[in-house]
Design a protein around this ligand. Structure first.
Ligand code: NAD
Length: 536
């Protein structure tokens, strides 16, 4: 598709609080020697809205050096001051939400309703880690080798410089919510946002600076993923990656070669199960949200629906009806339910999945068409049925507003179908009996299972870990795990009796017998951590 004219770009920007000058100011934050640039486009019209530097390996090297220098004094800054910066940042995000929502919509084409979910996520994450950080970071006493003659304590040190690599689908939340715990823990962060959505991340960097974060503690580098990503991974001490399974494997290989740790938040082919006792109206409403939020471009979105045959017809009627009521649009107001796809590649992927399903015998219950009258990359929320189990749409992540629905004979069949996937990110179970839902949830092989909700109750439970199994990734964000991944633990052990060795003049056989006796005694003593656990 031919790029739009400047006048059309101008018209689009006039609908927002933004201007070309403002976007240029944001992009000037990137310190790059490279003169090459990448054009950023607005999916709503495909208009070019601005450009960012295409950083080189050397640019990445300089950004990581600045971060490394800044990290030393940041780690020495009292924890209270570090968490105050993050709380001020959370306030600034809420205060400036108007511009952030405009930027998000401009870069991604998502509806304003979907954009709001992202904004709320940041203050929740800041407050959670400000609250939990001190207990995770505090030095802990552990049972010594020969208590009380020896002691052991564990300190938690920041790993150093963390590389965060983020995707385009949730550029606000995924640019910083992995960085927040890293920064609180005393690390510096170098972020590489997706090249399609860099301005949101740059606006957040500006707010972090205004909140009092010292220069260099949060650096951004922009550029092509296959150039800047590997250059970053070669220089940092940890990588928090969110993106596709294919890229995640490459990141893991490189991190493995460099012997650095990483977390990989990857794709999903998430099941949604409706049991025979579900309130079908409520399940249908919930399914619409679970399937079509962010036009389906959400790693946690449901793409495979399995419905008990006893409620299949009633559910389908309600689900198709609710889906048909969804409005498509690209305006900067709250009118549209579903926005645009990110670009032509994503639209092509969606169309290919639907065409392939139809060729192998599937039927379209609603949707199934692109909507150029709304926007160049808009596609209708689409429900398919009778999908061949080997069709791409049945087993590969579509990452668009396309889902399949199939009846299942009973709960066992629903669980088996839900587990028949290489992915294991998120699942949703609908039932009139919460305890039954929890039992079914225990048997579904996913990192998160939400009962009577699509994904929000799992994602927004920031105190609980979130991540995937199988092809959906490694490691967890959120909860204590979400900050512990950025820490090295160091054990400091002391002896009050000198070296733990046979004292001078004691025969080795006596010493060995004594040690066996002490070992027997030691096995009966509880460790400090188990005592603390029992007292809780
Ligand atoms: P992607 O893997 O193409 O890109 C993700 C990021 O990696 C981008 O910043 C990109 O520039 C960078 N990148 C590209 N090549 C790289 C390389 N060789 N080395 C290092 N970095 C490189 O993914 P995408 O298409 O942007 O995002 C969509 C995918 O992300 C979907 O599969 C979705 O399910 C997944 N996702 C997962 C989660 C989660 O929490 N599990 C959240 C959002 C998105």
């Amino acid at each position: 598709m031919a790029p739009q004219t400047d006048t059309q770009t101008q018209a689009l920007l006039e609908e927002t609080r933004l201007s070309s000058g403002r976007l240029e100011t944001l992009s000037r934050q990137i310190e790059a020697d490279s003169t090459a640039t990448i054009t950023v486009r607005a999916p709503a019209t495909d208009a070019a809205i601005g450009s960012i530097p295409a950083c080189t390996d050397a640019d990445v090297g300089r950004a990581v050096s600045r971060a490394r220098d800044a990290q030393v004094s940041w780690a020495e800054t009292p924890l209270k001051e570090r968490s105050d910066v993050l709380e001020r940042f959370a306030d600034l995000v809420l205060e400036h939400r108007g511009e952030l929502l405009d930027l998000l919509q401009l870069e991604t084409g998502k509806s304003r309703q979907d954009a709001v979910e992202e904004v709320l996520d940041i203050p929740l994450t800041c407050s959670y880690y400000a609250d939990t950080g001190p207990s995770v970071l505090a030095e802990k006493r552990r049972r010594g080798a020969l208590a009380p003659a020896t002691t052991a304590r564990v300190t938690r040190e920041p790993v150093g410089v963390v590389g965060v690599i983020s995707p385009w689908n949730y550029p606000l939340t995924l640019s910083v919510t992995d960085a927040i715990p890293a920064i609180l823990a005393g690390n510096a962060v170098v972020l590489k946002p997706d090249e399609k959505t860099p301005f949101t991340a740059l606006a957040l960097a500006e707010l972090l600076e205004r909140a009092g974060l010292p220069d260099g503690v949060f650096e951004i580098i922009t550029g092509q993923g296959p150039v800047v990503g590997p250059a970053l991974i070669d220089r940092v001490d940890y990588v928090a990656f969110t993106g596709s399974t294919e890229t995640g494997r490459a990141v893991a290989e490189q991190a493995g070669r460099n012997l650095i740790d990483c977390s990989l938040e990857l794709g999903g082919k998430n099941p949604l199960v409706v049991l025979d006792d579900a309130d079908v109206e409520q399940a249908a409403r919930g399914a619409v949200h679970a399937c079509f939020t962010n036009a389906g471009q959400l790693c946690l979105a449901a793409e495979r629906l399995y419905v008990d045959e006893s409620v299949y017809d009633a559910f389908l009627d309600a689900f198709v009806g609710e889906t048909r009521r969804l409005t498509l649009g690209t305006g900067f107001d709250f009118d549209a339910d579903v926005g645009s796809l990110i670009d032509g590649d994503q639209l092509e992927r969606v169309e290919t999945h639907v065409a392939d399903a139809l060729e192998s015998g599937a039927s379209v219950l609603t949707g199934g068409r692109r909507r150029p009258d709304v926007g160049p990359f808009c596609y209708e929320p689409t429900i398919l049925t009778d999908v061949d189990p080997d069709a791409a749409v049945a087993c590969e992540e579509t990452f668009g507003p396309v889902v399949s629905v199939e009846p299942v004979s009973d709960t066992e069949a629903a669980i088996a179908a839900a587990n028949d996937s290489d992915y294991g990110l998120n699942a949703s179970v609908w039932t009139g009996d919460r305890d039954r839902g929890i039992d079914v949830a225990r048997r579904i092989d996913c990192g998160t299972v939400c009962v009577n909700d699509g994904y929000v109750s799992g994602w927004a439970a920031v105190d609980a870990p979130m991540g995937g199994v199988g092809d959906s990734g490694l490691g967890r964000r959120h909860g204590r795990a979400g900050i512990e991944r950025y820490l090295e633990s160091k054990t400091i052990a002391t002896s009050r009796i000198g070296p733990l060795d046979a004292p001078p003049g004691v025969p080795a056989s006596w010493y060995a017998r004594g040690m066996v006796g002490l070992t027997r005694l030691q096995r009966r003593l509880p460790s400090v951590s188990s005592l603390v656990g029992r007292l809780r």
